[in-house]
Design a protein around this ligand. Structure first.
Ligand SMILES: [Zn+2]
Length: 149
């Protein structure tokens, strides 16, 4: 199951940002503002690409892939390697992938694309099951509280 849903390509906004930079309507300080956390993520968890940095042309871009979704439980917001996504989408019903490109030399960074993955089912993931159980417990507790008051 390699299908991805809701793919959003950010190449238009990327091109607009670069056009603003080269047209003098933005400065490198505006667009090469990678957060230290993002730079560190690129260094240690990023995946190299063959794309040269569109701003400084001194370095190749690194992709950092973030995964977000309630169904991910404690893994919500974690960085994942692209090769891990195939396995993850068998285990988790739905999550969104954000791919950010980063230049580790000048700090250029831009969202490249985002897409939704997951098996689409309702259960099958430990985090989801735990969440459902916690939800059921909460309901039961509030009902008990209501009865004792
Ligand atoms: Zn650069």
């Amino acid at each position: 199951m390699e299908t991805s849903r809701s793919v959003i390509d950010y190449s238009l906004t990327r091109r607009a940002t670069l056009a603003a930079l080269f047209g003098g309507r933005a400065t490198t300080t505006d667009v090469c503002d990678a957060h230290p956390y993002l730079l560190r993520a690129a260094k240690f968890h990023g995946e190299p690409t063959d794309d040269p940095c569109p701003v400084c042309h001194k370095d190749l871009l690194t992709h950092v892939t973030y995964t977000y979704g309630d169904a991910l439980g404690e893994y919500n917001g974690r960085i994942k390697a692209t090769r891990e996504l195939a396995q993850l989408q068998y285990e988790v019903s739905e999550f969104t992938v954000y791919v950010v490109e980063v230049c580790q030399t000048c700090g250029w960074n831009h969202l490249r694309e985002s897409y939704v993955l997951g098996h689409g089912g309702r259960t099958g993931n430990g985090a989801e099951v735990a969440r459902l159980r916690a939800g059921a417990r909460r309901v039961r507790h509030s009902r008990e509280r209501a009865l004792s008051e």
